[in-house]
Design a protein around this ligand. Structure first.
Ligand code: HEM
Length: 397
């Protein structure tokens, strides 16, 4: 099968198409989205670090100068929030925004959260196993990272149920060529989410608590849009991919029962297993970059104004970097996977994500005697943010 991101069969298994791209067309123009697909690990890694590309071009050119039509007026509330967060800006604004929150996400800082993450994971897993299983995504994979990031930011418990729907509606816009309905839903979610966070920030400004939103309201150099944009980004990025790594990861283990057994018998493999699950079935399959100055990749000139699509899922199966790349090896030691990105936008939450994943996989292995799939899971339609709809299991303790 060829690269075909709207085809459910491709979404279920894009890896065969990636093999062909990496071998025969490491750089290719993809007409339906007007993007250059980049398939090899070395190129994806190099372009993520190359300052001639950017997550945005609006710091160096207007839409018109870049040959792009401005977004329709109705999308303004969406872009206003998204472009106020660090992920969608370039230096010097990126440097300033990232510095403001990076202290909260250093490995040492998040290590101090481990007992809390462990307690949340164990509580969720205990309840899940006690009732004999169910949908692992809804009952463990989602609530764990949502609770952790919501606690860090200080979102009241009674409002947390709002976060998942807002985030997933906003993320619809990141899929390739979103339909008008998806666009409107994303805009509405962005508006509601911003209004909610503005109100919460105002309350915290008046009566600060011991949380990240309160801390950010005290930072003078942060505009109101930047404050809201930063919180939306942290809340969304802080759980979307972790949910999918948990679901995709367990599904990978069920399809590779010998590796699941290996992990069950040797829990010291959890850190390498988590990295391997992120590599083997990558939760974020593609990231895009704008070409700010002409570049050349494998002799192909890609002019300023183009957009490249970096195929993370393909890079993570590149035989030039990974021995026996299609094999799931929970003990894989040399694993420079690209799932957290590279360069200036390298995932700020990587140390936190690693702790959450190790704790949740560990808790479920510790607490369950058997775990069995009750039905073959189905993939959600999204290709860029790729995950399962549900993962139904029976569990005995
Ligand atoms: C396994 C889970 C996760 C994966 C696979 C992941 C992946 C990524 C990737 C690939 C990027 C870079 C995107 C690009 O270069 O275009 C990124 C950025 C980011 N991630 Fe994560 N992420 C995960 C969990 C988290 C968590 C738990 C947080 C918590 C706050 C987080 C916060 C962020 C932020 C703030 C950025 C933007 C960094 C910047 O622009 O400088 N992520 N993530």
């Amino acid at each position: 099968m060829l690269f075909d991101p709207w085809n459910p069969d491709f979404v279920a298994s894009p890896y065969g198409a990636y093999d062909v791209l990496r071998r025969e067309a490491p750089v290719s123009y993809y007409e339906p989205t007007g993007q250059w697909l980049i398939a090899r690990h070395a190129d994806v890694n190099a372009l993520l670090r190359d300052r001639r590309l950017g997550r945005s071009y609006l710091h160096v050119a207007t839409h018109e100068e870049f040959g792009r039509t401005p977004e329709p007026e109705f999308q303004e509330p969406f872009w206003r929030v998204i472009r106020a967060g660090m992920l969608d800006v370039e230096p010097p604004v990126h440097t300033r925004l990232r510095r403001l929150v990076s202290k909260a996400f250093t490995p040492r800082m998040v290590e101090s959260l481990r007992p809390q993450v462990r307690a949340i994971a164990r509580g969720l897993v205990d309840a899940y196993v006690d009732k004999g299983g169910g949908d692992l995504i809804a009952e463990v994979a989602e609530p764990l990272p949502v609770t952790v990031i919501a606690e860090m930011l200080g979102i009241p418990e009674s409002d947390r149920h709002l976060l998942r729907p807002w985030s997933s509606d906003i993320c619809g816009m990141y899929e390739l060529n979103p339909t008008p309905e998806v666009q409107h839903t994303a805009v509405r979610a962005a508006s509601e989410f911003s209004a909610y966070l503005s109100d919460l920030a105002a309350a915290r400004r008046r009566a600060p608590g011991d949380d990240l939103i309160s801390a950010l309201t005290q930072v003078e150099e942060l505009t109101e849009d930047e404050l809201v944009g930063t919180c939306v980004l942290l809340l969304n990025a802080g759980h979307e991919a972790t949910v999918n790594v948990t679901g995709n990861g367990w599904w990978a283990l069920f399809r590779n029962p010998a590796e699941l057994e290996r992990l069950r018998h040797d829990r010291s493999l959890l850190p390498t297993a988590v990295e391997e699950l992120m590599r083997w079935d990558t939760p974020l399959q593609m990231f895009e970059r704008w070409v700010l100055e002409d570049i050349e990749v494998h002799g192909v000139r890609i002019p300023r104004g183009s957009e490249v699509a970096l195929l993370f899922g393909s890079a993570n199966r590149d035989p030039a970097v990974f021995a026996d790349p299609d094999r799931l090896d929970v003990g894989r030691a040399d694993n420079p996977h690209i799932s957290f990105g590279a360069g200036i936008h390298f995932c700020l939450g990587a140390p936190l994500a690693r702790i959450e994943l190790i704790e949740s996989f560990g808790a479920l292995l510790d607490r369950s005697v058997t775990l069995e799939l009750t039905e073959e899971p189905a993939w959600k339609p999204g290709y860029v943010i790729r995950g399962l709809r549900a993962l139904e299991l029976t569990a005995t303790g």
